[in-house]
Design a protein around this ligand. Structure first.
Ligand code: TTP
Ligand code: MG
Length: 587
């Protein structure tokens, strides 16, 4: 194999997706579960199940009742308390990040991580000894030449796309550029293999990994071989003469709805356009592929603009989507670190119309928020000892925000009631780590949140809320100069697909009397809305925010959602199917 000099400026990206994540968290606690069919229950739904259960015919988002019918000996565990998933997610993220030079590592939801390993690969490719590729050494540390692992650089580690190794003839015909990219991806495949093994042996978790030159391609490549596997998308990445691009071949076979960044609305528009464009006017095929769209007559950025544009659509929607279906994704792996930009907890309610119920709901929201803050915004302090561990704040939010979305009294069917918000400074006692979360939550509700609530709803009664949200924003880092995410690009589009909806609330069920069974808790914390309201910084103790444009549009972009026709709650598209099950089954 020729080792060509690498002048390519394409990034090398690894995408990790932990296998049956929630189920694996239980298996790590109780290894005996690994050999049994295991399903994780939220409400009446199997939110995920282990691969033993999948072998027996169970699948994600199946009804518990169905799962029991198919596999009567399934072990079912309750996955309604998200805190342990969050903790494991954070630990695994920090573990993976510790290997990556420059720390360009981005977490997406609880169980996906992107690693930009370009620098590590460039360095290691430059050090390859082309006379003895079989005994190569991957350097994990530039300063410590003995830190690393040996590998065979004559072959790719793990699965590839395309599956069959190219013939020698094809390889010799390869351009120098393509050969150089092949070498970089090959070296990256060994790093991926090493990291997967480390993750498994040191942390007890397996993952499925994709290796390519962008987030888009790495994510899709990874999902071709599951579980506990990895897939490298091999060059050529561009069509040269009679050799077609592997990127096109690979993407073309995907259904259009599988492309990260295309929500159900955009997909539906494309599908109906293609149906209309057909002379026979036939109903759209169930399975519209990327190829169908890409090769439709007259297709291109301008045509896509006409099909997909409209109120609310980004101005460059055509170019963006055309890029995606051609495998172009220049979004960077945002160095989001482990700090969220805001933490926000919300719940929806079937009926919330008394101050007492509001107080109870606020207690639950505040306690949940404080627990999240402690998980996401603190770290062990080096000054602590084993017998007396200490924790310190990595960042302190300055602003507390309470939002409500009233249900319109005279129009019960109107789901578009405005969200109204108030902000106030976060009191200092919120950061007292030696006090219990519940005690601080109670004080916060008594002293701040109820006052904010009364300003929002001065009338003693007559209102009925369908949603409340408590958030902290305006984070100020305590130390260091960790770079914050600034990516308002396609990374946001990834979020909309990658984010997960938990079908239960993040809170104590006992505190949720009167809540709508379809309550949701959207995981907006670690991948919450980037940026924030300039008004958050308002120094006035309490300021009124009529629903600000930024709030809704940001939400819309990061989590495309639609109102459920039955209960009115806003549901991200990807979760609609699961949500509909709520109405189908009794609680
Ligand atoms: P996934 O990565 O979709 O599923 P998984 O990790 O369980 O399985 P796979 O091996 O196929 O990757 O989601 C990650 C976790 O998110 C999953 O363990 C449970 C949770 N989840 C939800 O809370 N709501 C959902 O709608 C889905 C699909 C998952
Ligand atoms: Mg997963």
């Amino acid at each position: 194999m020729a080792v060509a000099p690498s002048r390519d400026d394409r990034r090398i990206i690894l995408h990790f997706d932990y296998d049956c994540f929630y189920a694996s968290v239980f298996e790590a606690e109780q290894p005996v579960l690994k050999t049994l069919p295991l399903a994780v229950q939220q409400k009446q739904i199997v939110v995920t199940c282990n691969y033993e259960a999948r072998r027996r015919g169970l699948r994600k988002l199946q009804l518990i009742r169905e799962a029991r019918q198919i596999c009567p000996d399934v072990v079912i565990v309750l996955g309604e308390d998200l805190s342990k998933f969050r903790d494991v997610s954070k630990a695994l993220f920090l573990f993976l990040r510790s290997f990556v030079w420059g720390g360009n590592v981005e977490r997406l939801g609880f169980d996906e991580v992107f690693l930009d390993v370009t620098e590590m690969i460039r360095y290691n490719v430059d050090l390859l000894n082309r006379h003895d590729l079989e005994h190569s050494f991957f350097h994990l540390d530039r300063q410590e030449p003995t830190v690393g692992f040996t590998y065979d650089a004559t072959r790719v580690h793990g699965s590839t796309y395309p599956g069959a190794a190219p013939s020698t003839a094809a390889e010799t015909a390869e351009s120098a550029e393509s050969a150089a990219l092949r070498t970089r991806l090959l070296v990256a495949s060994h790093l991926a293999g090493f990291l997967r093994a480390e993750l498994e042996h040191r942390k007890g978790y397996t993952a499925t990994v994709g290796i390519a030159t962008s987030k888009l391609l790495a994510k899709l490549a990874g999902s071709t071989h599951k579980p506990n596997n990895q897939t490298t998308l091999l060059p050529p990445y561009v069509t040269v003469r009679d050799r077609s691009s592997n990127v096109h071949d690979f993407l073309d076979a995907h259904e259009i709805r599988q492309i990260p960044g295309l929500g159900s609305k955009l997909t539906a528009k494309l599908v109906s356009y293609l149906a209309g464009a057909r002379a026979d006017g036939a109903t759209p095929a169930d399975r519209v592929t990327v190829r169908d769209v890409r090769l439709a007559p007259g297709m291109g950025p301008a045509r896509l603009d006409r099909i997909l544009g409209g109120p609310g659509a980004p101005r460059d929607i055509g170019a963006r989507v055309w890029g995606l279906i051609n495998g172009v994704d220049n979004s960077e792996v945002a160095q989001t670190g482990d700090l969220p930009t805001q933490i926000s907890i919300e719940d929806s309610y079937g009926r919330l119309d008394s101050l007492e119920a509001v107080r109870r709901a606020l207690d639950a929201l505040a306690a949940s928020l404080l627990r999240r803050m402690r998980t996401d915004l603190t770290e062990p302090d080096e000054t602590g000892t084993e017998s007396q561990p200490r924790t310190r704040w990595l960042a302190r939010p300055r602003t507390l925000r309470l939002s409500t979305r009233p249900r319109s009294a005279n129009d019960a069917q109107s789901y578009q009631g405005n969200r109204i918000s108030r902000s106030a400074p976060v009191p200092s006692y919120v950061f007292h780590l030696d006090e219990s979360v519940d005690a601080i939550a109670e004080r916060l509700v008594q002293e701040v949140l109820l006052a904010m609530f009364r300003r929002l709803h001065p009338e003693k009664s007559g209102w009925n809320l369908r949603l409340m949200n408590v958030a902290v924003t305006n984070l100020v880092e305590a130390a260091g100069d960790r770079k914050q995410s600034s990516g308002r690009d396609i990374g946001k589009m990834f979020q909309s697909q990658g984010s997960r909806m938990d079908v239960v609330s993040d809170m104590q069920p006992s505190l949720l009397e009167g809540s709508n069974p379809s309550q949701t808790s959207l995981l907006t914390g670690s991948h919450g809305l980037a940026g924030g309201s300039p008004r958050d910084a308002d120094p006035n103790p309490i300021v009124e925010e009529e629903e600000a444009a930024w709030e809704d549009s940001d939400e819309e972009e990061s989590m495309p959602s639609e109102a459920c026709g039955e209960c009115g709650i806003l549901i991200p598209h990807f979760a609609r199917e699961a949500h509909e099950l709520y109405h189908a089954v009794p609680d």
